[in-house]
Each structure stands twice: as structure tokens, then as C-alpha cells.
Design a protein around this ligand. Sequence first.
Ligand SMILES: Nc1ncnc2c1ncn2[C@@H]1O[C@H](COP(=O)(O)OP(=O)(O)OP(=O)(O)O)[C@@H](O)[C@H]1O
Length: 327
Amino acid sequence: TSGFLLSTALEFTSRILYVVRAINKNELSLNSVQRIIQYSTEVEVEEPHCDRKDPPAHWPDSGRIEFDNYSAKYAEDGEDVLHELSLSIKPSEKIGIVGPSGCGKSTLSLALLRFILTSNGSINIDGRALSDTNLDAIRSRLTLVPQDPTLFSGTLRSNLDPHGAQDDSVLWAALKRSGFARAGGDSGDEAAEVGLDSEVASGGSNFSQGQRQLVGLARALVRSSKVIIMDEATASLDDESDKLVQRVIREEFEGCTNLTVAHRLETVIDFDRILVLRAGRVVEFDTPLALLDKQDGTFREMVEATGNFDALRRAAGGGESGSGREQ
Ligand SMILES: Nc1ncnc2c1ncn2[C@@H]1O[C@H](COP(=O)(O)OP(=O)(O)OP(=O)(O)O)[C@@H](O)[C@H]1O
């Protein structure tokens, strides 16, 4: 009986491990995974390993993203949720995605990893249509850093590199570049020594959400993804962690194309361009300053509603407030 129990327990553990690895591989938070599992029961998703072409090893090499009249939906018989998106994102551009709740921000980030169904048009990255590209390749070459990256019980090393494919020096460099090494390994009561062997509790519960995001960024650095999609944390990060996350995006991902779903306008106010969505459509797409100075603009209204217009406009690189003036 004990032998049977042991083998059942082992089988159970190995199944759990498989799921955890799958989650980690795709850099998705449990929330996102739950949502995707939920979608996949409701949605007629594509076969995950369907016979689409493997891209060359260096793809994507510059990170140019083109949406060409792209529409998408969650279910074959459902309504489109994203409508006729046509926009071109240049290599290394930092794009903030904003808009009211339910406008399609998260759906757009899922679309880049082909988690939803294309109903019309296409998304191309460096000239390659995602619809013609092997799904595993898409999800291993583009990185989605969710609001709260999933960490699993083990060490920082195993969380950064579950397949043990990288040298410690690469992992350590990523931890330092992400700012995690400086951010400390626990709640910061005392200067904790952080190393690759630092223990990670189940769910990363011995780290703050900000620190988990930094580990998520370190994973992206280890993978040297050219395209990084971030879902900004809605919960307020402590100031220190927030600054670190922002610094990493600006400095360490300088050569990457970055799309950030932003809940707080401060996060993206100095990005290269802002994409404003409403009801799944693009309503504005321009530099923050141009949008702030656009009479009756949607982004401008959103910024005005924060009551912090002048400070945000300054942060966007603007001088005297352009309130009330058309360019
Ligand atoms: N699994 C699903 N099946 C069908 N429709 C969905 C599903 N998930 C989201 N939607 C719909 O897609 C639209 C866009 O939702 P999405 O979550 O992308 O918006 P969002 O801008 O990210 O919202 P928030 O700021 O609240 O996170 C909404 O109308 C939503 O109801």
C-alpha cells in the first residue's frame, strides 16, 4: 500500500511540476493562466502545436510590430473584441496602452501571444505573420510580464532558468540588471544577501509584488526578448520597487520594443507613444505631448481627470501648459 501511495504521490507531484513549468515557460501569472484556461474552455482556441512554420533563430531581430486591419474575438461564434486595428510600432519603441476598463488593453497583449482568435487582418512582427508562425516559437520569443509573475517554490536560479540552460553569470547579471539584487530578498528590513540560491517560497510569498515583477523582468532579460509586453501592476507598488521597475524598462530594455498596458498614466507619460483604445478600437496613437495638446483629445481628458495635468505634461517633456490651446 505504501508503495502504491508513494507512486501515486510521485505521479501527482510530477503532474503539478509539469503544469508549473508550463506556466513559467510562458511567463504568465496564475491569474492569466486561469483566465486562459477559462477562455480555452469557452473559446475554440487553436491547436497549440499546429503545424506552423518555425521562424529563423534570430526572429524577432528588430521588434517592429505591425497590425494590419486586425480584428479578433474570443470565440468562433462570438463578437469581435478588437476592431480593425492598423498601426505600426517601430523597433525599440516604448508604447503605453491606455483606455477605460474593458476597452481591450489586456486582449491586445493576449493577441500578441496568439491567445485569441483572429477574425480579420494580421499581426506581423519583423515581417512575419503571427498566424503563420509556430505557437511555441511566438510564446518563447516574445515575453509577457504579467502584473504579478508566478514564482514557484525553489531558488531564484530555478525560477529564472527552469531548464538549467544558462550559466550562473548570465542569471546573476540579469538579477542585477533588473534591480532585484539591489532590491533585497525579503521585505527589506535589513540588507538581505540575495543570490541565485536564495530560497523562493511557493507563489513567491516571501517577496513583495514589486520584487516579483523584477524577477519577471529578470526572466525577460535572461531570454533576451526583443519584444516585451507588460501589464502594469494595478496594486500600488512601494515607491522603491515602482522606481526600479520603471528604471529597468527605460534602461535595460532600451533596445527592446515595449508595450505596457498602463493603469496609471504616470507610468507611460514619458513613453515614445501612447495608444488609446476605446471599445476595442484605436482612438488615438501619438506622442504623449501631441496628445496632451490635442483639443478635446481622449488622452488629454484622461490626464485632466487625474487633476495632475501640468505635472504630467512636464513629465512628458512639455514646457508651459498647453491647456486650452490647439497646436
Ligand atoms: N474570455 C472572454 N470571453 C469573451 N469576452 C471577453 C473575455 N475576456 C474579456 N472579454 C471582453 O473583451 C473586452 C475587452 O476586455 P479586456 O479585459 O481586454 O479590457 P481591458 O481594457 O484590459 O480592461 P481592464 O482595464 O478592466 O483590465 C471586454 O468587453 C470584455 O468583456
